[in-house]
Design a protein around this ligand. Structure first.
Ligand SMILES: N[C@@H](CCC(=O)N[C@@H](CS)C(=O)NCC(=O)O)C(=O)O
Length: 215
């Protein structure tokens, strides 16, 4: 059975956003059973884990002797096994791949910059100075995405692994109203989040968190 690494504990604001969720969602869409392998922050820095995920991050998977890391690579691997996530024609597969890279390489970086500023920057003067520029960069990407989506339900003509990744990226703006101000994007995100596989994956992702072990 596929094993997916995930954190045993993260602060409440991060729950529902840790990237093992992407993999769980893809596995649920594909109907592939898995089990989680919970790790703590000390374990992620140890050789055994670094030999699995070189950067000490989650997620990583083990599957029949294969070790794989990077959420995008793992989701692509799962999609290649599942018509539920990937079109059968070559052009469709290539378009899906392009949008997967777009989610992780064009949209996620500015979104992540904003998250770092909002959640991990304690210096209020740095925050105040940088935030407008960072928000503007996010908004540029959201506007392009909203323009592309237009009246479409999904990035292409059906739900694929690219929509899965894009939704997880948009969810990381949930502490702001930025997605809501682009109405089509908000509808798109809600449409993808309404999928039963999303709900099952989220329930399992959240259920795995435990309270911190006292030091
Ligand atoms: N590019 C990686 C990023 C993984 C990542 O940033 N994981 C976070 C949790 S969402 C993590 O493990 N952070 C702990 C750390 O970086 O030490 C992927 O998509 O798999």
């Amino acid at each position: 059975m596929i094993e997916v690494s995930a954190f045993r504990w993260v602060p409440p604001f991060a729950r529902g956003h840790v990237r093992d969720f992407r993999v769980r969602w893809a596995l649920e869409e594909a109907g592939m059973p898995y089990r989680s392998r919970l790790i703590d922050f000390a374990e992620k820095e140890q050789d055994a884990y670094l030999n699995w995920q070189p950067f000490g991050q989650v997620p990583a998977i083990h599957e029949d002797g294969l070790a794989l890391f990077e959420s995008g690579a793992i989701v692509l691997h799962i999609a290649e096994k599942s018509p539920a996530l990937m079109p059968s024609d070559e052009a469709g597969r290539l378009r899906m791949t392009a949008w997967m890279f777009a989610a992780l390489n064009s949209v996620e970086p500015p979104v992540q910059n904003l998250g770092e500023l909002d959640f991990f920057t304690s210096d209020e003067s740095v925050k105040a100075a940088r935030r407008p520029v960072v928000v503007e960069a996010v908004n540029r990407r959201l506007a392009s995405l909203a323009r592309w989506l237009g009246d479409r339900d999904y990035l292409e003509d059906r739900f694929t692994a690219a929509d899965l990744l894009m939704t997880t990226v948009l969810r990381d703006l949930g502490h702001t109203d930025l997605v809501e101000t682009h109405g089509r994007l908000a509808d798109y995100r809600r449409r993808c989040e309404a999928r039963p596989a999303f709900g099952r994956a989220m329930a399992d992702h959240l259920a795995d968190f435990q309270e911190p072990v006292p030091a």
